[in-house]
Design a protein around this ligand. Sequence first.
Ligand code: F6R
Length: 369
Amino acid sequence: EKGGYDHFMLKEIAEQPRAVADTLLGRVDANGMLTLDEVRIAASVLREVDKVVVVGCGTAFHAAMVAKYAVEHWTGLPCETELASEFRYRDPILDGRTLVIAISQSGETMDTLMALRHAREQGAKVLAICNTNGSTIPRESDAVLYTHAGPEVAVASTKAFLTQLVACYLVALYLGQVRGSARGDEVRDAVGELAGISGAVQEVLATMEPVRELARSLADRNTVLFLGRHVGYPVALEGALKLKELAYMHAEGFAAGELKHGPIALVEDGTPVVVVVPPAREQAVLHGKVVSNIQEVRARGARTVVIAEEGDEEVVPYADHLVRVPRTPTLLQPLVTTVPLQVFACELATARGNEVDQPRNLAKSVTVE
Ligand code: F6R
């Protein structure tokens, strides 16, 4: 049932091109516009929305963080992201014009369920992004957009995450389309880019041997740091989370701009620092700042692992290890930059003799608060 792979996680990583493509299936019309008929919230209600809040836990929370950039970009609406477990313990300002998006692979995570119940009590509309048909979270939501990752068995989320990202982009674009804040050609272009992602993920998967080798060489390290900016920041957090849960290593993700506000003190001789680099073409300023960060950590002895798009030559002199990803628009880049981090964590876990599919102390679905 592992289809020839040693672990479900490896199988599920390999299934990502298919999972990403399937999550787009039936959601694009002949004109390249979105038809999310399944989102049973009336267009008139979506047009009245004045704020979006995205909640989730763990990996789903990282998808939520990416969603914020997409929602703000394509809808112009204020968007907040919050850990589901924190959300209802403050006094979130919600009303009938708030759209809450609850992201969950299992559809059974208690923290996320309690957050959406709280939101609905305040009159907010709740849209679930979920991978499990008929589970509790979609049943209790006003509408659901299913991710089509297929069953995810490994405890560490991989293909579900990529499909959650796709679903977030679709929802943000659809909101933009319905509200008129995203132009038709913008929607079509973005949908076209999304359609190309499956192939891009396949390309990344085909070049992972050096990443595995690198992972094996780091098996006796204690700490790995991850840096990113913009949508690369949640990717850094996701890379660190994967490493914690699978390799049981001290791993931390930071927004690269925070480096000089504290975290750079952690860098010692030989500390691996993984850096997710934004595309220079679209993010010239951020790109320059991240390249400086790579130089800064390297000057303090870090062993730099640089994840950068094809054609980015500026990073080359400062990369002890360079991982190339295909060119994508900035917003979609997490779909390709996350993949090497999954492979990295899986291989490190294996090298350290850990149980990849069933990490210690963790359960696939957390049905208690
Ligand atoms: C990480 C992981 C967890 C889940 C989190 C939410 O690899 O699997 O962090 O992402 O427990 O679970 P769902 O998405 O089922 O609500």
